[in-house]
Design a protein around this ligand. Structure first.
Ligand SMILES: [Zn+2]
Length: 746
C-alpha cells in the first residue's frame, strides 16, 4: 500500500504511566486523518482541545461523546432517568463546568472549535452520554480515526473491553490493516450505536444549546486572548508544543520529606513564589498513597485565591507523572460564589458514606474541598465536615497567618489528623499569641500540652513547629528559584501647599496623641487627621511627575509587563472634579501611548484573571492595580512594578515584591525591577516630641527600604539614596535595624 508509510502505526497497548499519550499517540494518530470520533470523559476532551483545534484548522471533522459517568452521583443518574429533560442536563453541565477545576483556557478553545464551520456545517458535533440506571459498566473510551485513504485506527479502553484494564486513560489500539482488525469494526459499531442512542449502557443526548452558547461566549469574550494562546501552542511545523513534564524542585522535595517525617503535620514558611502550592500537592499525593479514603480541605483567605488553587491543581495533575498524580473522585468548592454548595455537599456526603446496594465501597472515597477561610469557620461547613465518616482528614490552610486568634477555635479542629499551614510572612509579623496558637495546632495532631515559645521543636513531643522554611534571600541567591531584582527607591517632597496641610494635620495628630496618652479612646470622627495625612502622602502631587520621569528615562516610554500600584482616592474629597491618583496615572499612561487597564478589588474574579492574561499575552503593556493583586495572584511574566502608593503595612510590601519575583518560562524573564516612589515628609520644626514621633515613623519605613535593597542586585546604588535621606532625619543608616529603632529612637 503506497500511502501506508504516511499513516501512524501504533503499538497495541497504551497506558498513561509509560506513554506520553498526547505526544506519542494522539498527535501522530490525528495526522492525515480526516474524521475523528471519540467517546471519553470531559477532562480528556479538554486536554485534547488544543490538538483538536489544530485538527479542525486543517479541515478535519470531529464527533465527540462526552461521558458524564465520572461526574455523576447515583442520585443524579436517578434524576436524569426521571426527568430526562434538556433543561436538567443543561443545568447539570453548566454547574459542572463552573464548579470543577477545568482550565479556562481549554474551555475557551473548545468554545472556539464550536464556532468552526465548513460550508455552513459545523466541524464539531458533541453529544452527552449518561449511564443507564441498570447497566454493565460502559467503555470509558472509544476513538476512531478515519484516514483519507479509507483506513482506520480505533482505540478502546475501560471495563469489559477486551485486552484492556480499568484505568480511565488506558486503551488498546487496532488498525484496519492489522491482525485484529475485527475490533475496529466492533469499536465503530459501538460508537455509532451510542451516537444514535441505541446503546445498551448509555443514553445519548445532544449538547444543549445553552451550554454550547456558554462555551462560545467564553471564547468570543476573549478572541484576542485566544489568538495568543493558540499562537503559543503552535510550533513552526503546525504541531502543538508539548508541555514539559513536571518535576519538583529540590527545595520542594526537602519540604515534603521534612513534613512527612514530622508525622505529616507542621507549618511551611516559604517565601512567595517558591511553590508552596505545588509542595502542598506533593503532600496530598503522599497521603492519598497511604490511605484509601481521604478528605482534603484546602482553605484560602479570598475567593480568587480559591480559584487560583483550583487552576494550579488542574495544571499540576495534568503535568505530573502518574506516580505523583492526585486521584480524586470529586471536588467541591464551598464559598459564597457557589450558592448551591450546601446541597452539593449533602449529596457528596451521602455518596461518601453509603455503600450502594451490591457494591463493596461507597461511590466516593477521595474528595477534595476548596474553601475560603470564612466558610471554613462556618457552622454550616463544620457540621457537614464532621459527618464524613471512616476517613482521614487533611487540612491545608494557605496564608495561615490570616487566621485570627478569635477564629482559630472554629477552624483548627481536632478532626484533622494531617495538617499543613502555609505562610510567606515570617514569624515576626504575626502577633505573638496568634503565632503560638498556630504552632501548637499545626505541629502535631497528637500532642496537646505545649508551649511553643521560641523553640524550634516542641518540648513535649519533639516535633518541629516549622518543618521547612525558605526565606527570600536564599530563594533568590542560593537556590535561584526566584528572579534577581533591582530596587529603585525614589524620594519626592511635598509641594508647599501640601506641606502646610501636612503640618496642620500633624499638629492635630499631636493633640490627639496627647489625648490617647491619657488613655482616652479616639472616636471614629477624631481619627480623620490620621487618614487625611496618610491620604496626602499616598496621593502626593510630585509622585505624578516622578512617574513621568521614570517612564521617560528608565523605560524610554516603552513599558511592558508592568504593574502599577496606586490608590483610588482623590486629593480633595470635597472637589468632585479632582481626579483620583488612579485616573491621573491612567491619563499619564495614555499620553505616553502605553496600553493599560485597571484592576480593583471591586472587579469580578473572572474579569481580573482576564485582564491579567491580556497582560501576559502582550495585549496590554501595563495594569494599574488598586487594593488588590497584593496577595496570591500569580503573574509570573510581570517584570516591572511601580509602587505609587502603599499602606505602610510590611506584609503588603513583602507580598508585592514576591509578586514580581517569579520566574517565567513563557517570557524567559531574567530579572525584575521595582520602582518605589516614596514621600520624605517634612519634620516638624518646633515641637521636639512630635519631631521624635515622626522620626521614628520614618525610620520604620526606611528600614523596609533597606531590607528591600539588601537582597537586590543594586544594593549600593539603592542604599546611597537612602543614606542621604537618613542624614536628613538624623538617623544612623548603617545601624538601622529593629533594635536600633526600639532602643535608640525616643
Ligand atoms: Zn508537641
Amino acid at each position: 500500500m503506497i500511502f501506508m508509510d504516511k499513516i501512524f502505526e501504533p503499538k497495541l497497548k497504551w497506558n498513561s504511566s509509560d506513554d506520553d499519550m498526547m505526544d506519542d499517540f494522539y498527535r501522530h494518530a490525528m495526522k492525515n486523518c480526516s474524521e475523528f470520533q471519540l467517546l471519553s470523559n470531559f477532562s480528556l476532551i479538554l486536554n485534547l482541545s488544543p490538538e483538536l483545534l489544530n485538527f479542525i484548522n486543517h479541515d478535519g471533522k470531529i464527533r465527540l461523546i462526552i461521558n458524564l459517568e465520572s461526574y455523576l452521583t447515583l442520585k443524579d443518574i436517578l434524576e436524569f432517568d426521571l426527568f430526562n429533560s434538556e433543561k436538567f442536563l443543561a443545568d447539570f453541565l453548566l454547574e459542572m463546568i463552573k464548579t470543577n477545576t477545568f482550565e479556562l483556557k481549554l474551555l475557551k478553545i473548545l468554545g472556539c472549535i464550536l464556532t468552526k464551520k465548513i460550508e455552513s456545517n459545523p466541524q464539531l458535533e458533541i453529544k452527552i452520554a449518561i449511564p443507564k440506571r441498570i447497566s454493565e459498566k460502559p467503555p470509558s473510551i472509544i476513538g476512531i480515526f478515519h484516514y483519507e485513504n479509507g483506513e482506520k485506527t480505533s482505540i478502546s479502553g475501560g471495563p469489559n473491553v477486551p485486552n484492556s484494564d480499568n484505568s480511565l486513560e488506558n486503551f488498546t489500539a487496532y488498525t484496519s490493516w492489522g491482525n485484529e482488525s475485527e475490533y475496529n469494526v466492533i469499536n465503530q459499531s459501538k460508537f455509532s450505536n451510542l451516537w444514535d442512542d441505541n446503546s445498551r449502557n448509555l443514553n445519548a443526548y445532544r449538547l444543549p444549546d445553552i451550554v454550547e452558547n456558554y462555551l462560545i461566549d467564553l471564547y468570543s469574550d476573549s478572541v484576542q486572548d485566544l489568538k495568543t494562546i493558540s499562537e503559543n501552542f503552535e510550533k513552526d511545523d503546525g504541531s502543538i508544543s508539548q508541555v514539559t513534564e513536571f518535576e519538583f524542585f529540590d527545595h520542594q522535595k526537602d519540604a515534603i520529606k521534612n513534613w512527612i517525617s514530622n508525622d505529616m503535620c507542621g507549618l511551611f514558611e516559604m517565601a512567595t513564589g517558591t511553590g508552596k502550592t505545588i509542595t502542598s500537592f506533593g503532600c496530598m499525593s503522599h497521603i492519598q498513597k497511604q490511605y484509601d479514603r481521604t478528605v482534603t480541605v484546602i482553605a484560602c483567605p479570598y475567593k480568587h485565591l480559591v480559584e487560583q488553587w483550583k487552576t494550579e491543581f488542574e495544571k499540576f495533575n495534568s503535568k505530573v507523572g502518574v506516580d505523583g498524580k492526585i486521584t480524586f473522585d470529586k471536588t467541591i468548592t464551598c464559598n459564597g460564589d457557589y450558592p448551591k454548595w450546601k446541597v452539593q455537599f449533602n449529596n457528596l456526603a451521602f455518596d461518601f458514606n453509603e455503600t450502594p446496594l451490591g457494591g463493596k465501597t461507597p461511590r466516593l472515597n477521595q474528595i477534595i474541598i476548596f474553601i475560603t477561610h470564612d466558610t471554613l469557620a462556618s457552622p454550616d461547613f463544620i457540621s457537614r465536615l464532621e459527618k464524613l465518616a471512616n476517613t482521614k482528614k487533611f487540612l491545608i490552610i494557605d496564608e495561615v497567618h490570616e487566621i485570627t486568634e478569635n477564629r482559630s477555635s472554629k477552624v483548627l479542629l481536632d478532626d484533622y489528623e494531617f495538617r499543613l499551614g502555609l505562610s510567606a510572612t515570617p514569624n515576626r509579623h504575626m502577633d505573638e499569641d496568634g503565632t503560638q496558637i498556630l504552632k501548637n495546632y499545626f505541629h502535631s495532631s497528637k500532642c496537646f500540652g505545649t508551649d511553643a515559645s521560641d523553640e524550634k521543636v516542641c518540648k513535649n513531643c519533639s516535633k518541629e513547629f516549622i518543618p521547612y522554611s525558605l526565606n527570600l534571600k536564599k530563594a533568590i541567591h542560593d537556590l535561584h528559584v526566584l528572579c534577581e531584582y533591582e530596587y529603585h527607591p525614589h524620594y519626592v517632597e511635598l509641594t508647599s501647599e501640601e506641606m502646610s496641610i501636612y503640618n496642620d494635620l500633624t499638629m492635630q495628630i499631636a493633640r490627639l496623641e496627647q489625648k490617647r496618652k491619657k488613655g482616652i479612646k479616639l472616636s471614629k470622627k477624631e481619627s480623620y487627621p490620621y487618614l487625611a495625612r496618610a491620604n496626602l502622602i499616598a496621593n502626593a502631587e510630585n509622585k505624578d511627575s516622578k512617574l513621568e520621569e521614570i517612564l521617560n528615562i528608565e523605560f524610554k516610554n516603552h513599558l511592558q509587563r508592568t504593574l502599577i500600584y496606586c490608590t483610588n482616592t482623590r486629593r480633595s474629597e470635597s472637589d468632585i472634579y479632582d481626579l483620583s491618583q488612579l485616573e491621573r496615572v491612567k491619563k499619564i499612561l495614555f499620553s505616553h501611548k502605553i496600553k493599560s487597564d485597571s484592576v480593583t478589588h471591586l472587579d469580578l474574579t473572572k474579569l481580573r484573571l482576564e485582564i491579567i492574561s491580556e497582560l501576559e499575552g502582550g495585549m496590554l503593556d501595563c495594569i494599574t492595580a488598586v487594593g488588590c493583586l497584593d496577595q496570591g495572584v500569580d503573574i509570573p511574566s510581570v517584570e516591572n512594578a511601580i509602587i505609587m502608593a502603599s499602606t505602610g503595612n510590611p506584609k503588603q510590601y513583602i507580598q508585592r515584591r514576591g509578586r514580581i519575583l517569579r520566574k517565567s518560562k513563557l517570557t524567559n524573564k531574567q530579572k525584575a525591577f521595582i520602582y518605589d516612589i516614596l514621600v520624605a515628609p517634612p519634620l516638624p520644626e518646633l515641637d521636639e516630641e512630635l519631631r521624635n514621633i515622626e522620626r521614628k515613623i520614618f525610620a520604620k519605613e526606611l528600614l523596609r527600604h533597606k531590607e528591600f535593597a539588601e537582597i537586590s542586585n543594586n544594593e549600593e546604588e539603592a542604599t546611597s539614596k537612602m543614606k542621604t535621606i537618613a542624614r536628613k532625619f538624623n538617623l544612623d543608616f548603617d545601624r538601622l535595624d529593629r533594635d536600633y529603632i526600639k532602643n535608640e529612637l525616643l
